[in-house]
Ligand binder design. Structure first.
Ligand code: ATP
Length: 380
């Protein structure tokens, strides 16, 4: 007779990699870069594309970091690099106390259970020819965990945990709505009880009401399993309710990183301010005057010198052309939370990469060229 084993026991069945080594962050990136050498036409051949250009942050167990930026700024590339689905060009990745940067595919194999990716389009990521039972049992099969009967039980438990009935096991992905398919995608990602979930635009294709149901599901899974979540979106309003911290990315670099509440209360980088201004405000009394931005984002194959944002920044100065602004704790004069627990490991500090953020916030530096600017509409 087969003994039913709950999914709570799965982690115990897996190789014992799981004990956290210390209070160190679960994930730590140091200056991670992903550069591609372009092929194709004569004009582009041999050119370097700076998709991710020196990203550092930390993420603790049980916390969510929202990663936001326009299409093409490097969010998905960053996700793939930190999961080592592609080898980064430079920088270091620390996961659960181990420097995994140079781990081989074989060394990564047991860690794959701990780091899972949830995709935007579950239609594409779920094999349409397989039943939900097969799809949910696959992670156990790949890692050689459990008997056939045990896997069947676990698949049913996973489905119920994400709010779907066990009877759905014998159906196919196309028989479900987009939101239900994303629940199945999350169930599959949670099968081996990972410590880190990377959600790459996981709710972007869903209706707003379904989005919030999926976000609530992620939050409850996070509480239950002390899950760390990197939540990628192109829209600041989506990440607001799920994120403890938010990182704003522009052309391969993090330009602002702050506790979520603080970012919304007092964004310090002109780009973040523009993203916030682009969020629609239904109450006409509270509508802000949109901050204007010039032009389109430059190509990551030909990024501007100095500050990558300078070609669209209303506050640009000479220094922005010549010097890359480092991502540093915000100026003490900004007061409040910004002064607390400052540390490069993230902490509660508000970090910003702008030479003039003090002057902009104090009103000493005024925007120029506003007349000729466009509103960012792609982010609305
Ligand atoms: N394998 C690759 N070879 C060459 N260029 C690439 C490769 N992968 C990504 N890029 C380029 O890197 C840049 C960043 O792409 P990426 O998909 O990471 O951005 P993104 O912020 O996730 O955008 P989106 O929200 O549209 O998915 C883009 O210019 C893209 O064309």
């Amino acid at each position: 007779m087969t003994r039913a084993i709950s999914i709570e026991q799965v982690r115990g069945a897996a190789p014992e990699l799981n004990a956290s080594k210390s209070a160190a962050p679960l994930l730590q990136l140091e200056n991670l870069a992903q550069h591609f050498t372009l092929g194709g036409g004569l004009l582009r051949r041999g050119q370097t594309l700076y998709a991710v250009d020196g990203v550092s942050f930390t993420l603790a167990a049980g916390k969510t970091l929202g990663l936001v930026g326009e299409s093409g700024c490097g969010k998905s590339t960053l996700a793939r690099s930190l999961l080592k689905l592609q080898q980064p060009s430079s920088g270091r990745i620390h996961f659960d106390g181990q420097d995994i940067t140079d781990y081989s595919a074989r060394q990564m194999r047991p860690l794959r259970q701990q780091m899972q990716l949830v995709f935007q389009d579950p239609q594409e990521s779920l094999n349409s020819r397989h039943t939900i039972a097969t799809i949910l049992q696959e992670p156990f099969v790949i890692h050689g965990i459990g008997t056939a009967q045990e896997r069947q039980v676990w698949a049913g438990e996973l489905l119920q945990r994400v709010g779907l009935p066990v009877s759905a096991l014998n159906r196919y992905p196309h028989e479900f709505s987009g939101g239900q398919r994303q629940r199945i995608g999350i169930a599959r990602a949670m099968a081996l009880k990972p410590k880190l979930l990377v959600c790459d635009e996981a709710v972007s294709a869903l209706d707003v009401s379904v989005q919030s149901q999926i976000l609530n599901l992620l939050l409850s899974l996070q509480q239950e399993y002390q899950l760390a979540i990197l939540f990628i979106a192109h829209n600041l309003s989506v990440v607001k309710h799920i994120s403890d911290h938010i990182a704003v990315m522009y052309l391969g670099r993090i330009i602002e990183l702050a506790p979520s509440d603080e970012l919304y209360a007092q964004a310090l980088h002109p780009y973040t301010q523009a993203l916030l201004a682009a969020i629609p405000e239904p109450d006409p009394r509270r509508r802000k005057v949109p901050l204007m931005l010039q032009g389109e984002p430059p190509s990551p194959a030909n990024p501007p010198s100095g500050c990558h944002f300078r070609t669209r920044c209303p506050y640009v100065g000479e220094r922005c052309i010549n010097e890359v602004p480092p991502l540093l704790p915000a100026a003490p004069t900004l007061g409040a939370q910004s002064l607390l627990n400052i540390g490069p490991a993230g902490g509660e500090a508000h970090h910003v990469a702008c030479h003039f953020h003090r002057e902009i916030m104090s009103g000493e530096r005024l925007p120029q060229n506003l007349e000729s600017c466009d509103i960012i509409t792609s982010l609305i």
